[in-house]
Design a protein around this ligand. Structure first.
Ligand SMILES: O=P(O)(O)OC[C@H]1C[C@H](OP(=O)(O)OP(=O)(O)O)[C@H](O)[C@@H]1O
Length: 272
């Protein structure tokens, strides 16, 4: 039964939002709605225009028999800036400060809406760049990696600091944990990354940068390519950070251990 345009537009938009970075042939929609390809092309032009005007993302049209449409999510700069600025205020609450200058984030990183927004903001940073996998380290980086990978439609891989029999054979590297200035080890299952993969590293928090630097070494061990590094939050570090090229959404600019207060501002995401 032929489907009316208004219904096609609703269902088509839902399908595209659910399948980012996936090339969808026009014939798929023509069959789904029992409509002519010319009608589908008109529908997609409406969706493309609305996505662009609303900052939902880009609807690329790939011509030819093997062509189709491909939805690339993004977030307008102003929307990202406002969201992160509001989050910075929220983080500047009392009693988030932990020993060693860490910040309690687990409540925030358990909120589905926050993870959706953070995933979209981080994915938008790498618009147009080929990414084959997102990498993070257990544990608190995992929800962020999952959110980013769902927007990029690529797998995420979890680096571990402890050996797990269920990971099979692994590649491990030693790294200097900037925070504890100790030599620590991290490892990744050999099955996780194909040689030559382009990898985006994300994590929840950066202090000395040793953890991210360890993941950078792992990427080299796998003969893969580091596309970039984005952390949810970073804090000042008394020494020299182990890594220079990274983006942070939030920056803990001041910590008062007496009053247990912190001052958080937007990170270098908006300036880098
Ligand atoms: O920049 P660095 O000085 O290396 O510190 C950042 C590390 C430390 C902390 O992990 P932990 O809290 O140790 O581990 P988990 O994520 O499992 O809680 C955080 O999640 C980053 O991974």
């Amino acid at each position: 039964m032929k489907v009316r345009r208004s219904e096609r537009l609703i269902d088509m938009t839902h399908y595209l939002l659910e399948h980012p970075h996936e090339l969808i042939p026009l014939t798929f929609f023509a069959k789904r709605y029992e409509s002519a390809k010319s009608s589908i092309s008109e529908d997609l032009a409406i969706v493309k225009k609305t996505f662009k005007e609303r900052g939902t993302g880009i609807l690329d049209t790939i011509p030819g028999a093997a062509g189709g449409v491909l939805f690339v999510p993004e977030i307008p700069y102003e929307d990202a800036k406002k969201y992160i600025t509001d989050l910075a205020e929220r983080l500047s609450e009392q009693d988030r400060l932990l020993p060693g200058g860490y910040v309690y984030l687990s409540d925030l990183l358990g909120e589905p809406e926050l993870l959706r927004q953070v995933g979209r903001i981080i994915a938008s940073k790498y618009l147009g760049q080929k990414i084959d996998a997102v990498m993070t380290v257990a544990t608190k980086g995992v929800p962020i990696a999952q959110a980013v990978s769902s927007y990029l439609n690529v797998p995420f891989v979890i680096v571990r600091r402890d050996s797990k029999i269920t990971e099979g054979s692994t590649v491990s590297v030693n790294y200097v944990s900037g925070s504890s200035e100790r030599i620590e080890k991290m490892e990744l299952s050999k099955r996780s990354l194909k040689r030559g993969s382009r990898v985006l590293v994300v994590d929840d928090f950066m202090k000395g940068g040793g953890t991210v630097n360890g993941m950078k070494s792992l990427i080299e061990e796998f003969e893969c390519e580091l596309v970039g590094v984005t952390v949810f939050a970073e804090t000042k570090f008394k020494g020299i950070k182990a890594i220079k090229d990274y983006t942070s959404l939030l920056y803990v600019e001041d910590v008062d251990t007496k009053t247990k207060t912190i001052s958080v501002v937007p990170g270098n995401y908006f300036t880098a």
